[in-house]
Design a protein around this ligand. Structure first.
Ligand code: SAH
Ligand code: SF4
Ligand code: F3S
Length: 452
């Protein structure tokens, strides 16, 4: 490829080029990095312009109705391009959920695959190249295998993901994930540590462990607990930060807090979705914990030696949620003191038990409750972010805002920090800078670099 580059480019037909678009959670983003790596290993070249691509892949999300609508909207747009000899693949959660129905709705699609089948992508690609146009990867949801590949094309050279557990066995009554991602399965801790080691050797300093319920991780070789994996990665030479998301309250144990206390490289941030502050709603959601049980975990986190930042997810307007239930969610915000809340209106999803529950909360009430919750949280964050004023913290540089003359980055607690520097040369991307906080906002901090 190095020699004759121009010639090769001229010869490069659109057949072996691909364009990929990704929606959804971090797991989907990371799946795409693995899919890209796999395609590149199979001789494909990635292009940033869909017009120039022979194969268009769409990695989809179906967590809420709006996410799913986007997919079909995009597929309709693709329709225009079908005459150009392009091939289309729909992968991810909508692919798994809708399966072969996608071929009916969008006949120009040739490949439909859920994430549990990505291991078979090389073979599916061969069939695609041979001209098959009804290729499916939909039957692997009961697998014990995980999608481990050495060909991951990570998009950021400093901060990278490792999925340590795939799927979900929790079956919350509103959620599609157990159906779209299949049963829960963990990698061996040896393979996780080996991947972290390779990443550290390549210069990654910030490693984020992923799973729909990352702390439900059960080493398939039985060697290490989740907390031990966190600690071992944190102590690797070269690693400065190890993060983990998403934690499920059911499996949140004291040893996770202990490892955050013991190993400074394990980040002082826990994302612990509560979904509702009302035990009645939690029961209907099949979350398998109560408000009190959740708050007990929060009390453990607050008792840590290091201050640990907490964030959460909330669903408003679940069937049966009364004004009183909602008030309990709102009061939970005050009680916990989150640094971030991702709140969503309940969206009925196909295949889930909750779809059969009567929707008692109207659209307007749902929207109003969401707004009330977010307004309240913003005020709480205005105050809570204020605690950082005057503090000195380490910030990993992620970019530059030249207009404002600021460097942008992230703290160990995962907060956005915009700061100024006095040196004429800007600090390198991925470098760590010591910053004193001079101003605070509800969602970000402002500061100035100080010499360490
Ligand atoms: N496994 C994680 C969450 C994964 S999905 C956990 O259990 O905490 C990410 C978030 O999407 C959820 O936390 C929930 O708040 C939201 N979500 C999932 N299904 C939803 C639905 N049907 N309607 C609205 N929000 C939903
Ligand atoms: Fe969905 Fe519940 Fe599994 Fe989270 S734990 S992915 S909300 S079923
Ligand atoms: Fe969406 Fe699937 Fe993730 S539904 S949120 S892409 S697990």
């Amino acid at each position: 490829m190095k020699f004759l580059r121009g010639g090769i480019l001229a010869l490069m037909s659109t057949e072996k080029t691909f364009y990929i678009e990704t929606f959804g959670c971090q797991m989907n983003a990371h799946d795409s990095e693995k899919v890209i790596g796999t395609l590149e290993h199979e001789g494909y070249t990635r292009v940033e312009d869909e017009e120039a691509a022979g194969l268009i892949l769409y990695n989809t999300c179906s967590i809420r109705d709006k996410a799913e609508q986007k997919v079909f909207h995009r597929l309709n747009e693709y329709k225009k391009m079908q005459g150009e000899g392009k091939k289309f693949a729909v992968i991810g959660c909508v692919a798994q959920q809708e399966g072969e129905k996608i071929f009916e709705k969008a006949p120009y699609v040739s490949l439909v695959s859920g994430s549990a089948s990505y291991r078979n992508l090389p073979e599916m690609l061969v069939r695609l190249e041979a001209g098959e146009n009804r290729i499916t990867g939909l039957d692997d949801r009961q697998t014990d295998e995980t999608f481990d590949t050495e060909f991951t094309a990570r998009s950021n050279p400093h901060r990278g993901y490792i999925t340590i557990i795939e799927g979900c066995d929790k079956f919350c009554s509103y959620c599609v994930v157990p159906y779209t991602r299949g049963k829960e399965r963990s990698r061996t801790s040896d393979s996780v540590l080996a991947e972290a080691r390779r990443m550290a050797d390549m210069g990654y300093t910030d490693i984020q462990l992923l799973g729909q319920n990352v702390n439900s991780y059960r080493d398939s070789s039985g060697k290490r607990t989740f907390a031990e994996v966190l600690g071992a990665i944190g102590q690797m030479a070269g690693v400065r930060r190890v993060r983990f998301t998403t934690s499920h309250p059911r499996d949140f144990t004291q040893d996770i807090i202990d490892v955050i206390d013991a190993v400074p490289q394990v980040c002082d941030h826990v994302h612990l979705p509560v979904q509702s502050g009302s035990s009645i709603v939690l029961k209907a959601m099949q979350r398998e914990y109560t408000r009190e049980w959740y708050l007990e975990r929060i009390a453990w986190i607050k008792a840590a030696k290091r201050e640990i930042s907490m964030t959460t997810d909330i669903i408003v307007g679940f069937p049966g949620e009364t004004e009183e239930d909602f008030e309990q969610t709102a009061s939970l915000l005050d009680e916990v003191g989150y640094d971030g809340v991702f709140a969503f209106q309940y969206s009925p999803r196909p295949n889930t038990p909750a779809i059969h529950m009567e929707e008692t909360v109207g659209v307007e009430v749902k929207a109003a409750r969401l707004q009330r919750l977010m307004d309240r949280q913003r005020e709480l964050q205005r105050i809570s972010y204020g605690r950082h004023l005057g503090q000195v913290m380490e910030v990993m540089v992620e970019g530059y805002n030249r207009q404002r003359g600021q460097v942008t980055g992230r703290s160990s607690q995962n907060k956005t920090v915009n700061f100024t520097v006095t040196q004429p040369i800007l600090p390198a991307l991925g470098s760590y800078q010591t910053v004193r906080i001079t101003q605070t906002f509800p969602n970000s901090l402002v500061g100035e670099a100080v010499s360490a």
